[in-house]
Design a protein around this ligand. Structure first.
Ligand code: AMP
Ligand code: MG
Length: 390
C-alpha cells in the first residue's frame, strides 16, 4: 500500500493542464484565467470628482470666499468651458474636473444664493479629485493563472475586457455502481438506498471548476458497468463510486482492466478510503473510489480536487494543512493515516464521536478533517494537530 502523498504524485501523472478557451465576461466567474489580460484604458479616463460640490481653483479656497457658478459638470456630461478666477462649476461624483479647476469644495461646506456660492466651512487639504488612471492604466495586468472571483470580473469589466481566456473545464464522468442504488427522487425498493455521495462529489467538483456528468447508475453486472464506462467516453476523468473492494459484486477492477485500464495503483494506507484505485483509461484518467459515502467524499477532497486543479492549471493544487489545538483528547492512531471528521470553532478542534465511514450526517456537521499521521500517539486536550478545512 502507498501513502496519500505517493498516491497524489501518481494521480498528478495521470492528468495535465487542459487547453484554454475564450468565454464572455459574464461567464468568467469561477473560471481559471489561462493568459494574462491587460487593461485597454485608464480608469478613471479623466480626473474626476469624488464628491458632489463645486470645482474651483485651490488657491482661492478660503473661508467666506465667494464664487460665481458658471455651469455644471455631471457624470457622463462634462462642462465644456474653463474655470477662471472667482468662478465655480457645479460638479457631481464621477464627473470630469473642468479645465482651470483643481479643487472640489463639497456641497456641505458651501452656501448658495442664486448663482453665487460662499465657502461657509473651511475645507481641509483633500482636493476630492480622483486623478486620471488612479485605479488602473492602459496595460495594467491581471496575471494568469488565477481563479476569477466576483471582484476580478468587476475589474475586467472596468478594463473593458469583454472576452476572457480561461482554461477549459475538466469534464468528469461520475459512475455510481450498485444494485442497491436509486437516484434521488426515485422510489427505492425495500432493500435499496439513494445514491448520495455521487451528488456530493458532483457539488464538490463543480464548485472546484469541473463540469460533471452524472451517468446512469451501473448495476453490479459486467455488462451494465461496461455500458457505463462507454457512456463516460470523452471525459477527462472517469470516476467510479463503489465496487472497488474485493467482494463478489466488486467488478470495477475487472471491468476496467478488460477495457484496457493501465492501473497506476490500488489501495492507499489511509482511513477512510483505503480501496482506491487509479490508472489510465485511453485518453482519460480513471479513479475508482470506495463506495462508503464518507470515504468517497474524503477521497474527493484529498485526491479529486487536486486533480481538477491540476487540469485547470492553477498554481496551488494542494490545500495546505492548518494547525489547531484539541479541545478533547484523542486515542492513539493505528498504522494508517486517518482523516477524522472534526468540528472546529474559536475554542479549538475536536473529532466527531462516531467515525464510521457510512455516516453522512456526521460529515455534514463536520467542518474539518483532522489529520492523524500513522502511529500518532494518544493526544491530550491542548495538543496541536493538523487539519484540512472542508
Ligand atoms: P461498495 O464499495 O460498492 O461495496 O460500497 C460500499 C458501501 O457504500 C455500500 O454500503 C454501498 O451501498 C455504499 N455506496 C456505494 N456507492 C454509493 C453511492 N453512490 N451513494 C451512497 N452509497 C453508496
Ligand atoms: Mg457496491
Amino acid at each position: 500500500m502507498i501513502t496519500v502523498e505517493e498516491a497524489r504524485a501518481l494521480l498528478f501523472d495521470l492528468v495535465s493542464p487542459l487547453p484554454g478557451e475564450t468565454v464572455p465576461l459574464s461567464d468568467a466567474a469561477g473560471r481559471v484565467l489561462s493568459q494574462d489580460v491587460e487593461a485597454t484604458r485608464d480608469q478613471p479616463p479623466f480626473a474626476a470628482s469624488s464628491m458632489d460640490g463645486y470645482a474651483v481653483k485651490s488657491t482661492e479656497v478660503e473661508l467666506h470666499a465667494m464664487f460665481k457658478v458658471i455651469g455644471e459638470s455631471a457624470a457622463g456630461k462634462r462642462f465644456q468651458g474653463s474655470v477662471g478666477p472667482g468662478q465655480a462649476v457645479r460638479i457631481f461624483t464621477g464627473a470630469p474636473i473642468p479645465e482651470g479647476a483643481d479643487f472640489v469644495v463639497i456641497q456641505e461646506d458651501t452656501e448658495r444664493r442664486g448663482d453665487l456660492i460662499t465657502i461657509s466651512d473651511l475645507p481641509g487639504p483633500k482636493t476630492n479629485i480622483r486623478p486620471a488612471g488612479v485605479d488602473f492604466t492602459v496595460g495594467t495586468k491581471i496575471s494568469a493563472p488565477r481563479r476569477l472571483r466576483a471582484e476580478d470580473v468587476a475589474l475586467m469589466a472596468a478594463m473593458n475586457i469583454a472576452a476572457v481566456p480561461v482554461s477549459r473545464k475538466p469534464v468528469i464522468a461520475l459512475i455510481s455502481t450498485g444494485d442497491e442504488l436509486v437516484m434521488p427522487g426515485d422510489v427505492p425498493g425495500p432493500d435499496q438506498i439513494i445514491a448520495s455521495n455521487t451528488f456530493g462529489l458532483k457539488a464538490l467538483l463543480e464548485e472546484a471548476g469541473a463540469h460533471v456528468r452524472v451517468l446512469p447508475i451501473a448495476q453490479d453486472t459486467v455488462s451494465s458497468l461496461r455500458t457505463a464506462f462507454e457512456l463516460g467516453e470523452g471525459a477527462d476523468l472517469v470516476v467510479t463510486i463503489g465496487g472497488a473492494s474485493v467482494g463478489d459484486y466488486d467488478l470495477v477492477s475487472d471491468v476496467s482492466a478488460g477495457l484496457g485500464m493501465e492501473q497506476s495503483f490500488y489501495k492507499i494506507r489511509m482511513r477512510p478510503g483505503k480501496p482506491l484505485m487509479a490508472g489510465r483509461l485511453g485518453q482519460a484518467a480513471m479513479v475508482g473510489l470506495p463506495g462508503n459515502p464518507v470515504s468517497a467524499m474524503v477521497c474527493g477532497y484529498l485526491f479529486l480536487l487536486p486533480m481538477v486543479r491540476q487540469m485547470l492549471g492553477v498554481e496551488q493544487v494542494l490545500t495546505p494543512f492548518q494547525t489547531a489545538r484539541l479541545t478533547e483528547p484523542l486515542d492513539k492512531n493505528g498504522p494508517r493515516e486517518h482523516y477524522m471528521r472534526a468540528t472546529l470553532d474559536e475554542t479549538g478542534i475536536r473529532a466527531c464521536r462516531d467515525q464510521d465511514s457510512s455516516l453522512l450526517s456526521v460529515l455534514a456537521q463536520a467542518n474539518a478533517l483532522l489529520v492523524r499521521p500513522p502511529h500518532d500517539p494518544a493526544l491530550l486536550a491542548g495538543d496541536k494537530v493538523q487539519y484540512l478545512p472542508i
